[in-house]
Write a protein that binds this ligand. Structure first.
Ligand code: KG4
Ligand code: ZN
Length: 357
């Protein structure tokens, strides 16, 4: 007998986005609401954790209400609640978790904690039902830069990751160095449109080393040295800024293309999913697709609304967990750091995924 349809409410609040979404049967996004906090953090040039959690408290009720209204469903129709339990800012995570648990308790439905990166990876499958496992998943966000093998059953295992900064973090820091403001990724990318990507020959860190590790802190330093070498930010013309932005973007994306190709080759796979906030980058999308055509692999980039933080990916990942019989107790807690494939919040349940390092 076919199981009754699942209608899962997802809640995501791991960083500076408060998001809620209703997903039907783990696949169909019925609504997706995202409340950003750019205005809150812009004066500080980066996310201030305490301010992020306070804004989440103010926003969460309305964001969840809106997700239900837009989905045209009532709370009583929900069959489960999925909420990000980590990794992320603990204060931010706790807002979504407390709300999700309280609502699940009141409605008498299960709640399940979701790994934020598992959510990012599932965004690719949500956006392209033809994406067949196993495939290589590249997660590039503000907090993570890592390659995974996503196995037949859907669980990821780590192939390699950054040893220092994440790619998105490098975009954000370079934006600061170039006086481009916050949030940095889109600002650098916009400035780069007017620049020459070959103007400055920035290093491609870890390119020559074997393996699938990344390093972005040296690249950021190279940009700082370049700015200083031209007598500082105030001495830069608009063209200088555009050239440095474009050259940085070229170096940052070249590395991602090179390592993704290496992962595909090592794993003997021909399908790649690129997810996370940096997957919104136009140059990365273009270069990866070009490499795919040239070297014969398929590339899936979710639409931009599913690349950056959102709750549809959390609802979809949670729906899968609930369908597999996982649910969490009401003492479900937040974790700032969690290797992918692990769920330390799930009582006595060890990772169901192959060990990740
Ligand atoms: O996945 P996400 O929304 O949040 C995290 O889980 O970190 O990713 C945010 C990151 C930020 O560092 C932001 O600067 C970067 O993604 N980003 C971009 C672009 N849009 C967002 N980086 C490069 N180019 C973009 N167009
Ligand atoms: Zn994220």
């Amino acid at each position: 007998m076919k199981p009754p349809p699942s209608i899962v409410l997802g809640i995501e609040s791991s960083c500076d986005e408060m998001a809620a979404s209703v997903v039907r049967d783990g696949r169909e996004i019925v609504s997706s609401v995202i409340h950003g906090q750019e205005e809150v953090h812009r004066p500080y040039g980066g996310v201030v954790p305490e301010l992020a959690s306070r804004d989440h408290v103010r926003a969460i009720t309305r964001v969840v209400e809106l997700a239900l209204e837009r989905a045209e469903i009532t709370q009583a129709e929900l069959t489960g609640i999925a909420v990000t339990a980590g990794p992320g800012l603990v204060g931010s995570l706790l807002v979504g978790l407390s709300f999700g648990k309280a609502l699940a308790y009141r409605l008498g439905i299960p709640v399940v904690g979701v790994h934020h990166l598992q959510g990012h990876l599932i965004a690719a499958e949500l956006s392209d039902p033809d994406l067949a496992r196993p495939y290589v998943g590249l997660v590039v966000s503000g907090g993570h830069t890592a390659l995974y093998r996503v196995h037949e059953e859907g669980e990821p295992s780590l192939l390699g990751e950054t040893r220092d900064d994440a790619a998105g973090e490098a975009f954000d820091k370079v934006a600061k160095l170039l006086g481009l403001g916050f949030p940095g990724g889109p600002a650098v990318s916009k400035a780069a449109l007017e620049g020459d990507p070959k103007a400055v020959d920035f290093p491609r860190p870890m390119a020559k080393r074997p393996g699938l590790g990344f390093s972005y802190s040296g690249l950021k330093t190279a940009v700082a040295v370049e700015v200083e070498g031209r007598s500082g930010l105030d001495a830069l013309s608009e063209k200088d800024v555009a050239d440095i932005a474009a050259s940085f973007e070229a170096a940052a994306t070249d590395i991602l293309v090179l390592k993704a190709r290496r992962a595909l080759r090592d794993e003997g796979l021909a399908a790649l999913a690129v997810v996370g906030g940096v997957a919104a980058n136009r140059r990365l999308r273009g270069e990866m697709e070009r490499a795919g055509k040239k070297h014969d692999f398929g590339v899936v980039f979710p639409p931009i609304s599913l690349c950056t933080d959102n709750a549809a990916m959390i609802a979809a990942a949670g729906a899968r967990l609930l369908a597999e019989g996982h649910a969490d107790a009401l003492d479900l807690n937040a974790f700032s750091r969690v290797p992918v494939g692990e769920a330390p919040w799930r009582e006595g349940e060890a990772s169901s995924a192959p060990a990740s390092t």
